[in-house]
Design a protein around this ligand. Structure first.
Ligand SMILES: [Zn+2]
Ligand SMILES: [Zn+2]
Ligand SMILES: [Zn+2]
Length: 229
């Protein structure tokens, strides 16, 4: 089943909203109310895409998650000190290994050139280490990319747990929690930041934020219970 679509709050006119969804995908959905949200569950990816589009057109505030089959793996590629362009790397991988990379970025702020290579989830580190040792006539090493934060944060509404590309909520500023995108903030460098998630006096991506800490503790608990099973 595709991930739920989380509508923020409740529809002003529930019957009308459900009618529109029904017109798109028939009865292939269920609704679950939580304290603050209306969650919509679709049966197939295709229906999920249609409801996403519909709600977006209706300017409904909502977010959702990346469907599992679209999740990608990211790897760090090192050894290419001649500093080729990402395009040259992509072409070499495609021509010599028949491997299509979704995206390749040169990583910033590293002493020697490192590249972040995003591929689909069927590509594993084992496969890369075994089969792709030479890129552009150069010996390379692969590593799994570690995100240093344990959960994603949305750069649009600042909530933890969903990615910006899946967010259709009203924007909130990282720095001042105001109703605008962070890049449109007029406060410049802010002496008294305000967190969009807890109203505390820190920027919303602070790892000191009690909301972030709570989420991390929850994730760690889940991991521990899994390990002891
Ligand atoms: Zn968001
Ligand atoms: Zn702002
Ligand atoms: Zn906070």
């Amino acid at each position: 089943m595709p991930p739920p679509i989380i509508v923020h709050g409740f529809f002003d006119n529930y019957a009308q909203a459900v009618g529109k969804i029904q017109k798109e995908i028939g009865n292939n959905f269920t609704v679950k109310f939580t304290k603050n949200n209306t969650n919509i569950f679709c049966k197939s990816k295709e229906q999920w895409t249609k409801v996403n589009k519909l709600l977006n057109e209706q300017q409904v505030e909502f977010h959702t998650y990346i469907p599992a089959e679209e999740k990608t793996h990211a790897f760090v590629l090192r050894g290419l000190d001649q500093r080729p362009t990402p395009k040259e790397i992509a072409e070499d991988l495609e021509n010599n290994y028949n491997l299509l990379a979704d995206k390749i970025y040169e990583m910033k702020g590293t002493a020697r050139p490192l590249y972040l290579v995003v591929m689909d989830k069927n590509i594993t580190i084992d496969k890369l280490e075994k089969h792709i040792r030479i890129v552009l006539y150069t010996k390379v090493q692969w590593e799994r990319h570690q995100n240093n934060k344990l959960i994603v944060q949305c750069h649009r509404c600042q909530e933890w747990g969903h990615a910006t590309s899946n967010c259709h909520a009203n924007p909130k500023c990282l720095k001042c929690a105001g109703p605008h995108l962070t890049r449109e903030c007029e406060h410049g460098h802010l002496n008294s930041p305000k967190c969009a998630n807890c109203n505390g006096d820190h920027v919303a991506n602070s790892t000191m934020c009690p909301i972030y800490i709570k989420k991390i503790e929850f994730i760690n608990q889940l991991r521990q219970t899994k390990d002891t099973k």
